[in-house]
Design a protein around this ligand. Structure first.
Ligand SMILES: *Cc1c(COP(=O)(O)O)cnc(C)c1O
Length: 429
């Protein structure tokens, strides 16, 4: 769908060295160490502005999907631009509130919300809860009754829309998947909701997948949502004021083109044409992916079976996307003094064959001590990082113009064992 709108914005090469906005990446590596995630505030602002410009004139409310990049500084930046948030756990609720969001700016999605999470969401006064099953609906009604309140909800519809995404794990809107309520059951669920004292159905939601570059699935899902809205209203089951199209807008990782925002806006028009409707969207990746690089230092070079292997100090615990989704990330030399490229695998130190960032492809001919930048890692990078192999999760740095600041300290050994104990307090059953 269309041309890539995505530039190398935020990252430029000056003289020999790669810079984020006005800050040389070498300066960040020296000051903060490696591996380190670096985000450009300017790129996030630019993506947000592009999206709002494309949707100008439509009654759209942007709710950033926290799971893409959950850092509280990033959340606060997006709030300053006018975004609300979409959360999928009470942990994300906590993060959103630390970043300054109020309940009415938060929608709560997720296929398996616990009773405790539902309680906390209601206590926070979230704008709405996207309910994904009849069981959850009953649980929520129960919790709301206990709390003496009424829960505003949207029903998350599984529209049975097949999307073409680079990896099956990023598809969510097809029949037989765990997400949402099958579209043929939605009216029946709305009827059940309409009979509940502590539930107020205000919306319908769908989320068809992630890393989508084609507007067609959005249009299909939009038509399903509007026809369900008509049936629900004709039968007097609810007044629907929110139609939520979820997230999924793709970005270019170097091989594919980015989304056509005009076609995306067109796909939302059937929703916007409904009288009195606010269209909610939940972009994650689109707003933050391109803002980020993972800076890593080359530890060693070796050859095996005639193949070149470049071993970095970042591993799959820091960035799992290549291992989990076979995703592609461009790899740049931070200083290009050598300039040459080589066919090699770039791998991490983790004891797994799946611990790689690139396999047998042309990458900078980097030697021990050189800095590499893994590109387009601002989404689903740090937020999916783990301590596997008891590695410290990396630091995160935000760059804004000529300044940079640490927004997450690198973990230490103390963090690794802080919640563990050698000798437990034995309990009798
Ligand atoms: C993950 C998710 C999103 C964000 O998806 P992106 O592809 O990052 O835009 C939005 N809504 C829901 C319900 C999600 O699960």
């Amino acid at each position: 769908m269309g041309q890539s709108i995505l530039s190398e914005a935020g990252y430029v090469r000056r003289a020999d060295a790669l810079e984020c906005e006005g800050v040389p990446l070498t300066a960040i590596a020296e000051r903060v160490g490696t591996p380190v995630y670096v985000y450009s505030a300017g790129v996030i602002r630019e993506r947000y502005a592009q999206l709002t410009a494309a949707l100008a004139g439509l009654p759209v409310s942007i709710h950033y999907s926290v799971k893409a990049n959950s850092n509280v500084a990033v959340l606060a930046l997006l709030r300053s631009l006018g975004a609300g948030v979409d959360i999928v756990s009470s942990g994300e609720l906590h993060r959103a509130m630390v970043a300054g969001y109020t309940g009415d700016e938060i929608v709560f999605s997720g296929v398996g919300k616990t009773r405790d999470e539902l309680q906390r969401a209601l206590a926070a006064g979230v704008h709405s809860i996207n309910v994904e099953s009849e069981g959850e609906l009953r649980e929520l009604n129960d919790v709301a009754r206990e709390m003496g309140t009424v829960a505003r909800i949207a029903l998350r519809v599984n529209p049975d829309v097949a999307v073409s995404t680079p990896h099956a794990y990023t598809r969510t809107g097809e029949q037989g998947m765990k997400f949402g309520i099958p579209h043929e059951d939605v009216v029946a669920t709305a009827r059940i909701a309409s009979e509940m004292q502590n539930i107020r159905l205000i919306g319908l939601a769908a989320h068809v997948g992630s890393q989508i570059s084609d507007a067609a699935p959005y249009l299909l899902a939009a038509n399903i949502l509007t026809s369900l809205k008509h049936v629900i209203e004709r039968e007097g089951l609810a007044g629907i004021s929110i139609l939520d199209m979820g997230g999924g807008l793709g970005v270019s990782y170097g091989e594919e083109s980015g989304p056509d925002l005009a076609a995306y806006a067109d796909a939302l028009r059937p929703l916007a044409a409904e009288p009195g409707i606010t269209v909610l969207i939940e972009p994650g990746r689109f707003l933050v992916a391109e803002s980020g690089v993972l800076l890593t230092r080359v530890l060693y070079r070796k050859t095996s079976g005639g193949k070149q292997i470049i071993i970095t100090d970042a591993g799959m615990n820091d960035l799992i996307r290549p291992s989990l989704y076979e995703s592609h990330h461009e790899i740049d030399a931070v200083t290009e003094s050598r300039g040459a490229h080589v066919s090699a695998s770039v791998v991490g130190p983790v004891c797994e064959s799946g611990d790689f960032f690139a396999r047998d492809r042309m990458v900078p001919d980097a030697e021990s001590g050189d800095l590499l930048a893994l590109r387009t890692v601002g989404a689903y990078g740090f937020s999916m990082a783990s301590n596997y192999n008891s590695r410290h999760r990396p630091a995160e740095v935000l760059v804004d113009g000529n300044r940079f600041g640490i927004i997450t300290e690198r973990e230490t050994d103390v963090d690794l064992t802080a919640r563990e104990t050698v000798e437990p307090e034995w309990l009798e059953s």
